[in-house]
Design a protein around this ligand. Structure first.
Ligand code: GAL
Length: 926
């Protein structure tokens, strides 16, 4: 068998819809026999029904064999892990032979063998007869098994090669994971149906015969090609109304869940059911840290539930059609879906797109085949609102062929493809990682023109979406709120899809989660595969919590200092009557009053009961929108949206005054001991301490690294600051220590003056004045103090400030003001590749075991059991082991986070530049 064939398959039956049928079917998943060979040319005798496979391993199907101890996974983003020389592949070609014996039930005859997905080139034999081969890893393949089935014992043999000519079409940024990774069935179903159901109630279907019944709407015996109009409630992602229908054929009856909805483009605006559609989306790869892309239906459901609970309303199935059950869940629970074809040839970019299959006539049949198999399989899903031709496959003639066929087969759905800026074959203008400024220009229809005026005019009339933006790699993404603000301001902007849903970390005994390189791959892209909104175990990352806030379908603002809340309905297709609203008043983090709020179904201004009365201490009012009743995706009481406002306070915060002279001895100041000569603090309230001293460094985030900032910071030496004491001055009530803090090998530096005074309450005030010297032209990582305490001094931290999660200047939208508590361990955000994390913002005070630190008025707090240097050096989480110190960072400011791993760095207002600064902290014994 020649692996270099351009043909997409042989012996295949025509593609058809994924349908639930009452025709008998046999589940062939389960334990198969398996043998891995290092090359393709192994004898084919294993296909013989009499072959003795007793010496073979056992392997579950569906699965990827490298995740079961046979070979290893490999990760590359853009580059091919084999020479770019289509259609050839290396001799080293992992080849997995699979065997399964099954008994045919009594009276069974005929049927189809159906494979939902095998990566990447598979041949199949039934009882020693070769049925054919197929490619297109994430697409179904069906073979007529009928003539070769025998009563009783049957032997199915499948050979899967990892590499083939078709592999050039599957260069998606993900692990290379061969195997039969989706379900295998023997089915007697053969039906195909294409249902058309528009939001105005028009209903019809195409099919080879059959009669459609939809009892709930009184439809009975509808024939193919005939149209009726019914009084149906439309389907939307917000109101996923489905109607049970059946289509009855002589041999079988198929069940469908019909959703009535229409997608269109009018005046350059994307519409669903005639109303503007704003996509609040994520890009979803199928992934599980143990099973790879062989995900279970439970995992799919968990994804959809998590998305719904975080206000996500759309999914792009990057970059291939998902398991068909996922789309059933999207229909049922409500998500708008851009269904993407299994096509990416990104690695050709590295060779100047020479030989790109997208433009190679020899690959035309394969590309068309992929498009057909996707559209035919998924055409009945109301959730699917757009077909995407693929991802990052360059440009070329075969796109026109795919698009031409799809338009004819299904004129009801717009076409998407990002890789061709001219949009010659699409109905929407799509980009990835465009900056805020560019998105705004496009929103205003003021984008740079294309050279071809005709194409330019066409594109200018299209709606715009960002099929990828806000790259969620590591700590971040920043800039979410500003993108959303633009999407909501300009009607042409139909929103977008954050990159991406999940970190593809593979469970690993030593590393916790493995990424590129951890399996010894000679060519890999490191942790670029760890860029999700949820961690590999699906715990939401701070990025997802932020996204939930940004995507809120209800906007709550406070136009009149706490007396009135303005509630705006941001849903596209429903009012607010499914929500209940509450107003909570907290004084210093303690709830002092809670009221229900009556909000009209269309929103409006609502007077807040009793919230306006002033009181002592810092008081905050929080208005929350909760699900009034349970929904299939979340229970009653689930919080959908919230907003806070600070209430007026009386009396004003008392000014802090220094106590009268309290210096006892040369080095002792109210609970603090200083070393006489250097002015260094050595003990604080009985604890042995190091610091606080000025610090500018943070363990670089992935975004710091990709933006180039890390390299500039390291070149400056910000990770190796030196400290010099210039003067220690005592005058009555205070101790002043004048220092210069600077990296070696440069004349840049910071004058840092620490002024310690005793406070009336037995505490200690520290005022730090910072004065940069020299030409500081780059943003700096942070500006703050670092100190360490004995490890056993602090276990739990309690603070009043923003929480409970981390926040940086352009992230942390989910962090609200309150009183929070967490252990030092819990304060760490478990980014798969360790980096700066865990900073709590706008902290008024924090209880740290034996003492409390207060800001004047606020500070940023980070506490860890390792240093920033150790954090920066770690590659995986298990590299971090708790030391015998607690490292505290008490910050005035941090550099923004941005999304420079892909896309723009922080917006200019989130850059932190060296500047003269003063900040004051108060230390008091607990
Ligand atoms: C895009 C690509 C994605 C992913 C992302 C970076 O260019 O479409 O598949 O590679 O960049 O994480």
């Amino acid at each position: 068998m020649e692996l270099v064939t351009f043909a997409p398959g042989s012996g295949l039956l025509a593609p058809r819809a994924a349908l639930r049928s009452d025709a008998p079917s046999l589940d062939l998943n389960g334990t198969w026999r398996f043998r891995l060979s290092p090359a393709a040319g192994v004898p084919e005798d294993f296909a013989d029904p009499g072959y003795d496979d007793s010496g073979w391993a056992e392997l579950p199907v569906p699965s990827h064999w490298p995740l079961h101890g046979h070979g290893a996974p490999a990760y590359t983003n853009v580059v091919y892990p084999f020479p770019v020389d289509p259609p050839y592949v290396p001799d080293e070609n992992p080849t997995g032979d699979h065997r399964r014996v099954f008994d045919l039930p009594e009276g069974w005859s005929g049927g189809r063998l159906r494979f939902e997905g095998a990566d990447s080139f598979a041949r199949v034999w039934l009882n020693g007869h070769e049925l054919g081969f197929w490619t297109g890893s994430r697409l179904p393949a069906e073979f007529d098994a009928g003539p070769w089935l025998r009563p009783g014992r049957n032997v199915l043999a499948v050979r899967v090669h990892q590499w083939s000519a078709a592999g050039y079409l599957e260069d998606q940024d993900m692990w290379w994971l061969p195997g039969i990774f989706r379900d295998v069935t023997l089915t007697r179903s053969a039906a195909d149906v294409f249902v058309h159901a528009a939001h105005d109630g028009r209903l019809s279907f195409d099919g080879p015969g059959g009669r459609l019944d939809l009892p709930e709407l009184g439809v009975a015996g509808l024939e193919p090609g005939a149209e009726v109009r019914v009084a149906a409630e439309p389907w939307t992602a917000e109101t996923p109304r489905l109607y049970d229908a059946t289509v009855t054929f002589p041999e079988e009856t198929v069940r469908l869940r019909v959703g009535f909805r229409t997608v269109s483009v009018e005046d350059g605006v994307l519409l669903a059911n005639g109303r503007p559609l704003l996509l609040k989306g994520v890009n979803r790869h199928e992934f599980d840290p143990v099973r790879g892309r062989a995900v279970t239906v439970e995992t799919m459901r968990e994804d959809v539930l998590l998305m719904k609970r975080h206000n996500v309303n759309a999914v792009r199935t990057s970059h291939y059609p998902p398991h068909p059950a996922f789309l059933d869940l999207c229909d049922e629970l409500g998500l708008w879906v851009v269904d993407e074809c299994d096509l990416e040839t990104h690695g050709f970019e590295r060779v100047g797109w020479r030989g790109n299959p997208t433009d190679d006539p020899r690959y035309e049949a394969a590309l068309l085949d992929r498009m057909r198999r996707m559209v035919e399989r998924d055409k009945n899903h109301p959730s699917v609102i757009m077909w995407s031709l693929g991802n990052e496959a360059g440009v070329g003639r075969n796109l026109a062929v795919m698009a031409g066929w799809a338009r004819e087969r299904d004129p009801s759905r717009p076409l998407h493809y990002e890789g061709d800026r001219s949009c010659a074959h699409t109905d929407v203008y799509s980009r990835m990682y465009a900056t805020h400024a560019e998105v705004e220009a496009i929103g205003r229809r003021e984008e740079e023109p294309l050279d071809d005026p005709e194409l330019d005019a066409r594109r200018r009339a299209m709606p715009f979406l960002q099929c990828e933006y806000a790259h969620a790699m590591g700590n971040g993404p920043g800039g979410l709120a500003e993108y959303q603000e633009l999407f909501e301001r300009y009607p042409r902007l139909a929103g977008g899809f954050v990159w991406e849903w999940i970190d593809h970390g593979i469970a690993h005994p030593a590393h916790e989660y493995a990424y590129g390189g951890d399996f010894g791959e000679p060519l890999h892209d490191g942790n670029f595969v760890i860029d999700g909104l949820v961690f590999p175990d699906r715990t939401p990352s701070p990025g997802l919590l932020d996204l939930k806030k940004v995507f809120e379908p209800v906007r709550i603002t406070f136009p009149e200092a706490g007396d009135v809340a303005r509630i705006v309905n941001g849903h596209g297709f429903r009012d607010l009557s499914h929500l209940r609203f509450t107003a909570t008043v907290e004084a210093h983090g303690e709830t002092v009053a809670e009221h229900p709020l009556e909000v009209p179904p269309d929103g409006g201004e609502v007077r807040l009961p009793g919230a306006g009365a002033a009181g002592a201490g810092e008081r905050w009012l929080t208005v929350r929108a909760l699900l009034a009743d349970g929904h299939p995706w979340a229970p009653a009481g689930h919080e959908v949206a919230w907003s806070q406002t600070r209430l007026p306070t009386t009396p004003p915060h008392p000014p802090l005054r220094s106590a009268p002279p309290a210096l006892s001895g040369a080095s002792l100041l109210s609970g603090a001991e200083f070393e006489g000569r250097s002015g260094r603090l050595t003990r604080l309230f009985g604890l042995e301490v190091e610091g606080p001293r000025l610090d500018l460094w943070r363990a670089p985030t992935d975004n710091d690294r990709y933006s180039g900032l890390e390299a500039r910071w390291r070149a400056l030496g910000l990770h190796r600051l030196t400290h010099r004491t210039d003067a220690v001055e005592r005058d009555g009530a205070s101790l002043t220590v004048r220092t210069r803090v600077a990296p070696a090998a440069t004349d840049l530096g910071m004058r840092a003056t620490y002024r310690w005074t005793a406070a009336e309450d037995g505490g200690l005030l520290l005022r730090v004045d910072v004065e940069p010297e020299g030409d500081w032209s780059d943003p700096i990582p942070r500006l703050g103090l670092t100190m360490t305490l004995p490890g056993d001094a602090v276990d739990r931290v309690t603070w009043f400030g923003r929480g409970p999660g981390e926040a940086y200047p352009d992230t942390g939208l989910a962090a609200r003001v309150g009183r929070w508590s967490a252990t030092v361990e819990e304060l760490q955000t478990p980014y798969v590749r360790p980096q700066e994390n865990g900073h709590r913002a706008e902290v008024r005070w924090a209880g740290l075991g034996p003492f409390r630190v207060s800001g004047e008025p606020v500070f940023g707090l980070t506490a860890r059991r390792w240093s920033a240097a150790e954090l920066a050096a770690a590659r995986h989480r298990p590299d971090l082991t708790p030391g015998d110190r607690v490292h505290l960072h008490l910050d005035l400011a941090h550099q923004g986070i941005g999304t420079a791993t892909c896309g723009p760095g922080p917006l200019p207002r989130y850059d932190l530049y060296a500047r003269p600064a003063t900040f004051t902290l108060r230390f008091t014994p607990s």
